[in-house]
Design a protein around this ligand. Structure first.
Ligand code: FMN
Length: 410
C-alpha cells in the first residue's frame, strides 16, 4: 500500500512532494498557506484575483481608494467604459504582494501564482500582461493559467526575460482545451511545464456545464489527456485536481497517470486559510445537499458553492469603481447589465461578494470536512494547521484521515 510520499513530482531540477495546494481566490489561499506547502516540499499557490484589494488588506496600500477617487462620477451609471485600472498601480500591487511572499519562502518547495483569464478588468490584454509580467519581475516560481483557454496569453509575455525560466502551467478540463492551447502556442516553441487536469468535483469555477458536470470523471479525463500526450510524444507532468480527498485518492490518481495532485477544499478550513471563522464553520457543518453548482458568476462559467452563501440573491449595487475585475473588453458584466435593467437575475456581484468572503465556493467533498477534525465543547469544529492536512495527504494510507490532537479536555 503506497502513500503520496512514495512519489515525487519532477519539474526540471526540482524534486517535489507531489502535493499542490490549488489557488483559491479571493485571498483564501493566502501567502501563509502557500508558504506552508513550499516549506514542506510541495507547491503552494497564491492567487492574483482582486490583487489590489488583497494588497490593501494586507499591506495597507490605498489602491482601491485611489481607483474609486478617479472614477467617482460613474458610480450611478451603467456606463463603465471610463472605469479603468491604473496599470502602474496594478503592477505595483502585484509586485508588492508577490515579492512579499517570495521573500518569506523557506524549504525546497515552490510558490506559484494562480492567474485567471476571466478577470478581464475592462482591458483584458493590458491587465493580464501587467499581472503576469509583474509577477515574474517579483520572482514568482511559476504561474498557473486558470479560468479561461489562455489562447493568447503566451504571446503577451513571450518577450519577458523569464518567459523560458519561470514554470508555466495550464488548467484544463478536457483534451480539447489542451489541444487548442498547444496548437495556438506552437509558434513560441515553449511547452507548458505542467498541466493541471481539473475534473468536475473541484471548487471555484468549473470547466463543465452546470447541467452535465455529473457525466464526467476526473480519471476518465486524465486517461484521455495522458493518451493524447503519449500519441504526440509529449512528456509533460499531469496534475490531477478535483475531489482528491485522501492521500490514497491521490495515490490512485498517480497510478492512473498523474505525476501529482492539486487539492484545495481540505485546506479551506485550515488556520492559514483566509476564510473568516463563520465561513469555515459553515464549510464544516455542510451536508451533501447544501452544495450546488450554479450560474451565479457573471463570468458565464458554472461555480460550485454552498447554497447558504450570504452573497447569493442580493441586490448589491455594482461596485466597479472600486473593483471592476469582471468588466469585459466592452465594459460589460452580466450582473451589472441585469442590475441596471432591473431584471430579476441569478447573477451575483462576484467582485463585491468574493472580496467580502460572502460566496462560499467549495469542492463537492466539502460535506466530508467534518470527518477530518474534532468538535469543540461549544459544538464548533476545530480548525486545523495546514501542516497537519498536508502531512495527512502525504503519509496517509488506506484512505485513512489523521485527526488532530484535541484542543480541550474531554
Ligand atoms: C474555496 C475555493 C476557491 C477556489 N478558487 C479558485 C481560483 O481562484 N482559481 C482556480 O483556478 N481554481 C480555484 N479553485 C479550484 C482549486 O484550485 C482546485 O483545483 C480544486 O478545488 C481541487 O479540488 P478539491 O477542492 O476537491 O481538492 C478553488 C477551490 C476552492 C475550494
Amino acid at each position: 500500500m503506497h502513500c503520496l510520499d512514495d512519489f515525487r513530482l519532477t519539474l526540471r531540477k526540482n524534486e517535489l512532494v507531489p502535493i499542490v495546494i490549488g489557488g483559491m481566490g479571493v485571498d483564501i489561499s493566502t501567502s501563509q498557506l502557500a508558504l506552508t506547502a513550499a516549506r514542506l516540499g510541495g507547491v503552494g499557490h497564491i492567487s492574483d484575483a482582486m490583487i489590489t484589494a488583497v494588497t490593501d488588506r494586507h499591506l495597507n496600500t490605498r489602491f482601491t481608494k485611489n481607483k474609486i477617487a478617479r472614477h467617482r462620477e460613474w458610480m450611478n451609471s451603467e456606463n463603465k467604459s471610463a472605469v479603468h485600472f491604473d496599470l502602474n498601480e496594478l503592477s505595483l500591487a502585484t509586485r508588492l504582494y508577490v515579492s512579499g511572499t517570495m521573500e518569506k519562502k523557506r524549504g525546497t518547495g515552490l510558490v506559484f501564482l494562480n492567474c485567471m483569464e476571466k478577470l478581464t478588468m475592462n482591458a483584458p490584454r493590458e491587465t493580464l500582461t501587467t499581472r503576469l509580467k509583474s509577477a515574474m519581475d517579483a520572482g514568482i516560481d511559476g504561474i498557473t493559467l486558470a479560468a479561461g483557454l489562455h489562447l493568447s496569453t503566451f504571446s503577451y509575455i513571450a518577450d519577458h526575460p523569464r518567459f523560458r525560466d519561470v514554470y508555466l502551467g495550464i488548467i484544463v478540463s478536457s483534451k480539447r482545451a489542451l489541444e487548442l492551447f498547444l496548437k495556438k502556442n506552437q509558434k513560441f516553441n515553449r511547452l507548458p511545464d505542467y498541466i493541471i487536469v481539473e475534473g468536475p468535483l473541484a471548487g471555484g469555477h468549473l470547466g463543465f456545464s452546470a447541467e452535465n458536470w455529473q457525466d464526467f470523471s476526473l480519471s476518465a479525463i486524465l486517461k484521455e489527456v495522458r493518451a493524447f500526450l503519449e500519441e504526440n510524444h509529449l512528456d509533460i507532468p499531469l496534475i490531477a485536481a478535483g475531489g482528491v480527498f485522501t492521500g490514497t485518492d491521490g495515490v490512485e490518481m498517480i497510478q492512473n497517470g498523474a505525476a501529482a495532485v492539486q487539492v484545495a477544499t481540505r485546506f479551506t478550513i485550515t488556520c492559514e486559510s483566509g476564510l473568516p471563522e463563520e465561513a469555515k464553520q459553515a464549510y464544516f457543518a455542510a451536508g451533501e445537499n447544501d452544495v450546488e453548482v450554479n450560474m451565479a458568476s457573471p463570468t458565464g462559467y458554472p461555480m460550485r458553492m454552498l447554497k447558504s452563501s450570504p452573497g447569493l440573491h442580493q441586490n448589491t449595487k455594482p461596485n466597479c469603481e472600486a473593483y471592476g475585475f469582471l468588466l469585459d473588453s466592452n465594459s460589460h458584466c452580466a450582473y451589472l447589465n441585469d442590475y441596471y435593467a432591473q431584471k430579476p437575475t441569478q447573477k451575483t456581484c462576484l467582485c463585491s461578494h468574493m472580496r467580502n468572503f460572502d460566496i462560499w465556493t467549495c469542492g463537492h467533498n466539502v460535506f466530508r470536512l467534518k470527518e477530518t477534525t474534532l468538535k469543540n465543547a461549544d459544538g464548533t469544529y476545530q480548525e486545523l494547521p495546514a501542516e497537519h492536512v498536508f502531512k495527512d495527504y502525504q503519509f496517509s494510507k488506506n484512505h485513512q484521515i489523521a485527526l488532530p490532537q484535541s484542543d480541550f479536555p474531554r
